[in-house]
Design a protein around this ligand. Structure first.
Ligand code: NAD
Length: 253
């Protein structure tokens, strides 16, 4: 097992990529703190991990709330004494061009996609330094490295995640804290439900994905979880400040 005895926090791990990544970390021996705003979804991830013989705890956390992030980090340190892995994964997508996106939608995008990553990392960093190092993984998106139409709130916030990741990596490399960004493309999770509804249903999105993605398909969340495992484990021990794109070729096509 490659993460034996590590203490990991994953935000937004009640579903999708966050859950798949948490399951993979637990499979490799980590104790995973499931930090989702949906209590039932978080408990379900814990149940799935325990069913497979792993260790996990749910701490219901809305990352839009600074106090909740403070409780998450402080509570984990109180109970376990260290944080080895912080995967800032929770995020939202607000679509639309400049003239359509509301100020509230823009602020929410930056608050959840950028500021929450910043705050959790800021609070966890001293504890990582104190034990001689750690790993932070910030979920961005392939929208953090290229542009799509009518995505001003999402693309700008995800580009900011990549920029912040590089800056953190540069500043804390000497403290042996590695910081990388996860940049998935289309992954088949409930995250895309609003877009699917807008497109007119499952058949329409399947046709869209077949046409738009060079590999002609979506990713399964489990495929992204393998990249998560690589980035949070010693298998990427000389890698920091990078944005790993896993998108079936979309951003080069
Ligand atoms: P998902 O919808 O399957 O799961 C998201 C989880 O996050 C849910 O359990 C939800 O309750 C939780 N969540 C939402 N807001 C939260 C908040 N404020 N605080 C705590 N938890 C919250 O989504 P997913 O596919 O895992 O994607 C989520 C992340 O991955 C986002 O950062 C998104 O930008 C990124 N991403 C997803 C895709 C994709 O196609 N699925 C592609 C690129 C990037």
């Amino acid at each position: 097992m490659i993460l034996e005895n590590r203490i990991a926090i994953v935000t937004g791990s009640g579903s999708g990529i966050g859950r798949a990544g948490a399951l993979a970390m637990a499979r490799e021996g980590a104790l995973v703190i499931i930090a989702d705003r949906d209590a039932g979804a978080g408990e379900e991830t814990v149940r799935q991990i325990r069913e497979r013989g792993g260790n996990a705890e749910a701490v219901t956390t809305d990352v839009a709330d600074d106090n909740a992030i403070e409780r998450l980090i402080a509570g984990t340190l109180d109970r376990h004494g260290r944080i080895d892995i912080l995967h800032n994964h929770a995020g939202i997508q607000i679509g639309g061009p400049l003239t359509d996106v509301s100020r509230d939608g823009f602020d929410a995008s930056w608050r959840i996609n950028v500021r929450a990553h910043f705050l959790a990392a800021q609070l966890a960093m001293p504890a990582m330094i104190a034990v001689g190092g750690g790993v932070i993984l910030n979920t961005a998106s392939n929208s953090g490295v290229f542009y799509d139409r009518e995505m001003i709130a999402y693309a700008t916030s995800k580009h900011a995640v990549v920029a912040m990741t590089r800056q953190m990596a540069l500043d804390y490399a000497r403290h042996k804290v590695r910081v990388n960004a996860l940049c998935p493309g289309w992954v088949d999770t409930p995250f895309n439900d609003p877009f699917i509804a807008q497109m007119g249903g499952r058949a329409a999105i399947e046709a869209y994905v077949r046409d738009k993605i060079p590999m002609g398909r979506w990713a399964a969340a489990e495929e992204i979880a393998e990249a998560v495992l690589f980035l949070v484990s010693d298998r990427s021990s000389f890698m920091t400040g990078q944005a790993l794109v896993i998108d079936g070729g979309e951003s080069i096509g």
